[in-house]
Design a protein around this ligand. Structure first.
Ligand code: LFR
Length: 482
């Protein structure tokens, strides 16, 4: 008989997909059966996600899924839906790029104390952390809510009617205690919510439940269960990194560049806080010690400003490859780039502020974006190594950016270490492998990574040139210690 199949639902900020996978002879065969667009929806009260629309796409994908033994759902982090006592969704979830947290997050931190907060939850200061979103929303927004469900848990609820909070994604909310790995009553109180709003935690690999009859009828599936995976997409991506050695770093590229190390324990020092590192949880309890770098959002939003689609990308990247190296770089972690809007104008303003030439052509601007990302990867990895004491021998660049040869080469050059690029679908890979483990087919994370390495064509980039050019460029971008 054929080996069992698994279905991964992977919801990204700009697209979602349903991917089928099965293990044969130590390799994962994965096939995408459905892909759909995603993005912010501007409503009068702010930027939202179309969660119900996403669920419909999930059902459409599952209809194409054949006969999987299980389904696992992952998505971006921090955003949530609220449901009331009868299970109704109380409004479309807000998008993390919505401006309602502007200023609120800072005053929350000023009040709570930045050190105290970091010592408690171990999280990087990002204005959209769930804890700040709740503080911005205010008590009235949650008054009639019974449960707060992060996006993959909301989709899981609609598939099974089971309520829960998967741990890797819970670790991005700012409401989890970094030491005990349980919801923190003090943090909940500070966000103005009742602890009971936060559902019981579940772990990657736990069975969430069986598909509801209506879902089974709609998709034609029977006997399929929903399994909790690393439901934070970055947790699944890191599980899917094809690392073969212990001293590896990762850059998970997509809308963001999540750049850092996997560690056995969180780094909660004052130095780590000031360097704005985060300690998120990975599959099997590993710590993802990383920084959020703006990522390919800088490029996506520039294309949108120019009225171009991704079809224009190959031409622009070719121009960028020919453009003069390292003429202008900006801080790719600057939150001024967070909101949707005119990206080239913001990049130009950032260049002017630090006395650098403004890129004069689209090719030069794309080069500026990619070099700024490579520079941010360099800085984050060096600081991660310093703060954790763990060396970096190789950088695994996974996700959509692994297709971008210029980004991969620039990253190798800037970091001064070899880059192994791929898989593009690291997140779906990690999602599927956790399900395969629940089915008894896979062992530990090391084995998952061996399977990932054996299943994908990986590209190797050796560093070229001296890193001193990058050192000089780094000197032009001020650090932002907190
Ligand atoms: C990447 C990601 C990041 C998270 C950001 C916002 O897709 O999940 O890890 O910080 O989206 O949720």
């Amino acid at each position: 008989a054929d080996s069992p199949t698994f279905a991964a639902v992977d919801l990204g900020a700009s697209s979602g997909r349903v991917v089928l996978g099965r293990l044969t002879a130590g390799r994962l065969e994965a096939t995408e059966v459905h892909r759909f667009a995603n993005g912010p929806v501007p409503l009068p009260d702010g930027l939202h996600w179309d969660a119900v629309g996403l669920f419909r796409e999930v059902l459409t994908g599952l209809r194409e899924a054949g006969d999987p033994v299980s389904v696992g759902v992952d998505s971006w982090a921090v955003d949530y839906g609220l449901i009331d006592g009868s299970g109704s969704l109380l409004g479309e979830p807000f998008h993390y790029r919505d401006a309602r947290t502007d200023g609120v997050a800072q005053s929350f931190v000023d009040f709570f104390g930045a050190r105290e907060l970091f010592a408690r939850n171990g999280l990087q200061f990002l204005p959209f952390n769930t804890i700040f979103q709740l503080a911005a929303a205010g008590g009235a927004a949650v008054a009639s809510a019974e449960a707060l469900l992060l996006v993959p848990d909301l989709i899981g609820y609609w598939l099974t009617e089971q309520v829960g909070a998967e741990l890797t994604n819970a670790s991005t909310t700012g409401l989890l205690d970094a030491r005990t790995r349980e919801w923190s009553p003090e943090l909940a109180r500070s966000a103005g919510i009742d602890l009971s709003l936060l559902p019981a935690l579940r772990r990657p690999g736990d069975v969430v439940g069986e598909l509801l009859p209506a879902v089974a009828a709609e998709t034609g599936l029977s006997g399929t269960s929903v399994v909790a995976v690393g439901s934070h997409d970055t947790a699944s991506a890191v599980a899917g990194v094809p690392a073969q050695t212990a001293n590896f770093a990762y850059v998970c590229t997509g809308t963001w560049s999540l750049t850092g190390l996997e560690l056995p324990a969180p780094v909660l020092t004052e130095e780590a806080r000031r360097a704005n590192f985060t300690n998120e949880l990975g599959v099997d309890g590993a710590v993802r010690f990383l920084r959020n770098i703006m990522g390919l959002w800088l490029l996506q939003e520039s294309l949108r400003t120019w009225g171009l689609t991704s079809e224009a990308l190959p031409g622009l990247l070719a121009e960028a490859a020919r453009a003069e190296p390292l003429t202008a770089v900006v801080d790719a972690e600057d939150t001024r780039f967070l909101a949707p809007g005119d990206m080239p104008a913001r990049i130009a303003a950032a260049c002017r502020e630090i006395g650098q030439p403004v890129p004069q052509t689209r090719g030069a601007l794309v080069r500026c974006v990619l070099e700024s990302l490579a520079l941010a990867h360099r800085r984050a990895l060096r600081e991660a190594a310093e703060l954790s004491g763990q060396d970096v021998d190789v950088v695994h660049l996974v996700g959509g950016g692994a297709r971008n040869e210029l980004l991969c080469q620039l990253t190798a050059d800037a970091v001064g270490a070899p880059v192994v690029a791929g898989p593009v679908e690291a997140t779906a890979t990690g999602n599927l492998l956790v399900q395969a483990r629940t089915a008894g087919q896979v062992g530990d994370l090391d084995e998952m990574r061996r399977i990932s390495a054996a299943s994908h064509l990986l590209r190797h980039y050796a560093p070229e040139g001296s890193t001193s050019r990058w050192e000089e460029a780094e000197g032009r971008v001020p650090t932002r210690l907190r």
